[in-house]
Design a protein around this ligand. Structure first.
Ligand code: ADP
Length: 505
């Protein structure tokens, strides 16, 4: 796929992703605002209930107080008509819920036995009447109370705190809070459990009037604050926030993974295209040279000159060898690709194998004034493995040492063997161009070739070292490399000695 199309797709996905995240963030913000509103409503409801309960309790307390009793003939309350005659009497009983009273006069018949006989409508009617009496009784008690006590006397912080605490719990507001009661008119503090009550805290606090029915004197102002309100709200939304955060992360992760795959695939496809171009060129050149040399051999004039025949036939031989080396490399890679490496394992004498390989290479190296040193120091040098593959491993590394030599310096290769950890270590040093640390990290990757710029012009497919690593690992061995640019490189191969068949199944 062309990069332009990939870029457009990425642009669209990125824009959608940003849009999605934006919508999600806004939606979360709105949800928090709604929760905040709900929180405020619940707080006001709880405060209202607490104030109502407190007011009722205060009235009950006051009604039972000696002062009120002395004013109201003990535990009952009399209602007068316009002429001053008593027309009704309420008895009140202090209960937890407030004041229950019995309405005497026409209604004294309302003992429990009689109530049961009443029809539903009659009961409703009686209840309504009771409610009305209840209210008027309360108002009357309140009026007396407010008339006789100031707000400062009326506030009992312990009782109020107990009620507020209960109401907060009943409303599910189990979080830290502060409250204070102020004088409604001049905002003097009557009671406060705030550490510091400044203007800002006051402005932001929830406010509700205490004793709103007080028509005689100053009533109070209950203010409340929840310092951990935000955290509390967010806590109630944690599942939703967690899930949506997780979903955003999953989408972003998938997008990143998709991008990685797209670019990886693109890189692979570019590498493969390069490889095919490179291979075509590499195969065509020797074929063309061979064809040219054989044409020359067929030329009658050449037939008369044996030295020229020798020259052209050795060109054909050389080019033929080059061709088969290329084909061998490609075949090696193709073999690795076919899922499993099948090892034909036999006993191998590493020393013998190395001597054999070095003998073949030394002609080529010495022709170019180079040198190959072999130091066979390993005591144990018999291993169990596939001799063709192991031979290819050494050939590839030595071939590279010659290929990547410095232009103006004869090649020097030192091969050395030793033993460690039940294995044989074969170390191959060269004084070539070396590799940077970045290159070292990637040389075992398939198709990887160190970008050379104009420094040297050695042809290759980037398959050799990948094959080497796969084969060494198939033999349960290890390969490492150390290298310094312009100084040289050392490849170290560790192969286990145990004379048992092994390898990748
Ligand atoms: P190829 O030689 O066909 O390019 P390889 O897999 O054998 O592929 O090597 C990968 C790369 O590692 C090469 O392109 C080369 O740049 C670098 N390299 C390998 N061996 C040496 C060495 N001995 N000295 C310097 N560079 C090397």
């Amino acid at each position: 796929m062309k990069f332009k199309y990939i870029a457009i797709i990425i642009l669209f996905i990125s824009a959608s992703l940003i849009g999605l995240v934006w919508i999600q963030v806004n939606w979360i913000r709105e949800s928090i605002a709604i929760r905040q509103q709900q929180f405020d409503e619940i707080v006001y409801d709880a405060m209202r209930k607490a104030i109502e309960r407190y007011e009722k309790d205060e009235v009950v307390k006051f009604s039972n107080s000696n002062y009120y009793k002395s004013q109201n003939l003990g535990s009952f309350f009399l209602q007068h008509d316009n002429n001053g005659n008593i027309n009704s009497r309420y008895d009140y009983i202090d209960t937890n819920k407030g004041i229950e009273q019995t309405y005497y006069n026409e209604l004294h018949l309302l003992d429990s036995g009689d109530i049961k006989k009443l029809s539903i409508d009659e009961k409703d009617e009686l209840k309504a009447m009771y409610d009305e009496i209840n209210e008027s009784f309360k108002m009357s008690a309140l009026a007396t109370m407010f008339n006789t006590r100031s707000i400062y006397e009326k506030i009992c912080s312990e009782d109020l705190e107990k009620i507020i605490d209960e109401e907060m719990r009943l409303h599910g507001l189990e979080t830290k809070y502060n409250f204070a009661v102020l004088d409604y008119n001049n905002l003097d503090i009557i009671y406060s459990n705030y550490k510091k009550l400044d203007q800002k805290t006051f402005e932001e606090a929830y406010k509700l009037e205490v004793f709103p029915n007080n028509i005689y004197s100053n009533s109070g102002l209950l203010i409340m604050s929840f310092p951990t309100k935000k955290m509390f709200i967010i806590k109630t939304m944690r599942v939703m926030l967690g899930v949506s955060g997780l979903l955003i992360l999953v989408i972003m992760g998938c997008f990143a993974a998709t991008l990685y795959i797209i670019f990886h695939q693109k890189k692979l496809s570019d590498i493969k295209t390069d490889f095919i171009n490179n291979m075509t060129h590499e195969l065509k050149t020797p074929v063309a040279t061979i064809s040219l040399a054989s044409d020359m051999l067929r030329n009658e004039k050449i037939v008369q000159h044996p030295d020229k025949i020798l020259k052209y036939s050795s060109i054909i031989k050389e080019e033929n060898e080059r061709l088969s080396s290329h084909i061998e490399k490609v075949l090696q890679a193709a073999r690795l690709d076919s899922a499993h490496i099948k090892l034909k394992q036999t006993e191998i004498d590493i020393h013998k194998m190395l001597e054999d390989i070095v003998a073949k290479f030394s002609v080529r190296v010495e022709n170019e004034q180079g040198k190959i040193n072999l130091e066979l120091q390993a005591v144990k040098h018999m291993i169990y493995g596939d001799s063709d593959h192991i031979r290819n491993v050494f050939v590839n590394i030595i071939d590279n040492a010659i290929k990547y030599k410095k232009e103006n310096e004869p090649v020097l290769i030192k091969i050395n063997t030793s033993n460690s950890n039940d294995g044989t270590i074969i170390s191959i040093y060269d004084n070539g161009i070396g590799m940077s640390n970045d290159a070292l990290k990637r040389i075992f990757e398939k198709f990887y070739r160190v970008p050379t710029g104009n420094i040297h012009n050695v042809k290759g497919f980037g398959l050799g070292l990948n094959y080497v690593k796969e084969i060494v690992e198939a033999h349960k061995g290890k390969i490492t490399v150390e290298s310094i640019v312009n100084k040289g490189s050392t490849f170290k191969i560790y192969l286990p000695i145990n004379l048992q068949p092994h390898g990748k199944n």
